[in-house]
Design a protein. Structure first.
Length: 324
């Protein structure tokens, strides 16, 4: 496993997508408001963490690899918090696309007694348009030669235009650079040609117009996304049911989940795609990278709030599973 840590340390991942700030207000509830039938949360502390594509980059760094990031932030206080987080993690900030037209996307979660009470979102609901596309592609042109793999982290906030997505996937096909996608939306044709896509069970159902509880969902959805949509490999995550990898050679491998106490799934998808990207970027076979991603996802759901994986926690969990 020490050699794995060394391989990870020599790997760089380019993360492209929707940057967010995850803000948490922590408190407790002792009464119901006299103004309306809602709980009154007594605020005790607040914390911040990189969210969305920013959390993917934080996970990459936590695994000991190097991260480059391209995404949009506004010119506001929240963007400064994100910049500080990036600088603290050693992630270069000179390729952030910023402007005053749209705010930085922020998800504020109010948590009482370790349970989320409500979430408040601030984001450019009307989208970002395409004015950032040329600047983004220019930044990507300069960074792609430095990367061992690419993550497209799509949260549907508007940064990832069709032009940016096609540029990355087509460049990956030309150069052999792995391009992994954490998808959003119902039409996955925009991701055609990607090396790997990582939808969860619900997302796979929506993308294939199937019922989420259909017993044949995983088998059918994986085959449809790989064979009909044209995505080379498909990894469908299923929470405590594990993951199923549909490979481009036609094979299917199910990876059982490690039984854990789940407290919060926030950011688990970011951890999965980040771990898989670091793994393939380090030269691991896709099946081995998926197994590590499965372990990593099981680690971060055991903590309330956005939590990035670390190489030490991953190696310890992988050793424990191997010994078990």
């Amino acid at each position: 496993m020490i050699s794995l840590a060394k391989k990870f340390a020599e790997t760089s991942v380019l993360v492209v997508g929707d940057l967010m700030l995850d803000r948490f207000w922590w408190g407790d509830v002792t009464r119901i408001s006299p103004e309306a039938p809602v709980p009154v949360v007594r605020l005790k502390r607040d914390t911040y963490a990189p969210g969305g594509a920013a959390n993917v980059a934080a996970n990459v760094v936590g695994l000991g690899a190097k991260a480059f990031i391209v995404g949009y932030v506004g010119e506001d206080a929240e963007s400064e918090l994100l910049r500080e987080a990036f600088i603290g993690s050693g992630i270069p900030i000179d390729n952030l696309i910023s402007g005053p037209e749209y705010p930085t996307a922020v998800k504020t979660r109010i948590i009482a007694h370790s349970q989320q009470v409500v979430r408040v979102d601030k984001e450019p609901f009307e989208g970002l348009g395409t004015g950032h596309e040329d600047r983004s592609i220019a930044a990507l042109e300069a960074l792609l030669p430095k990367a061992g793999s690419v993550v497209i982290s799509d949260y549907g906030k508007g940064f990832l235009t069709e032009g940016i997505i096609r540029f990355l996937i087509e460049r990956g096909e030309e150069t052999g650079l792995p391009v992994l996608v954490d998808p959003k939306g119902k039409d996955y044709r925009k991701y055609k040609g990607a090396t790997l896509i990582t939808p969860n069970r619900k997302e796979a159902a929506e993308a294939t117009a199937m019922g989420e509880e259909d017993p044949e969902l995983i088998n059918k959805a994986g085959s449809i996304l790989r064979d009909r949509v044209g995505i080379r490999n498909v990894l469908i995550t299923q929470g405590d049911r594990g993951m199923t990898l549909f490979s481009e050679d036609g094979s299917r491998v199910h990876i059982e989940a490690v039984p854990v106490q789940t407290y919060d799934v926030t950011g688990a998808g970011d951890t999965v795609v980040a771990t898989a990207a670091v793994g393939v970027g380090a030269g691991l076979p896709l099946t081995e990278a998926a197994k590590l991603a499965n372990i990593a996802g099981g680690i971060v759901v055991q903590k309330v709030g956005t939590s990035a994986i670390t190489i030490d926690r991953l190696l310890a969990a992988a050793d424990a599973r191997h010994d078990g």
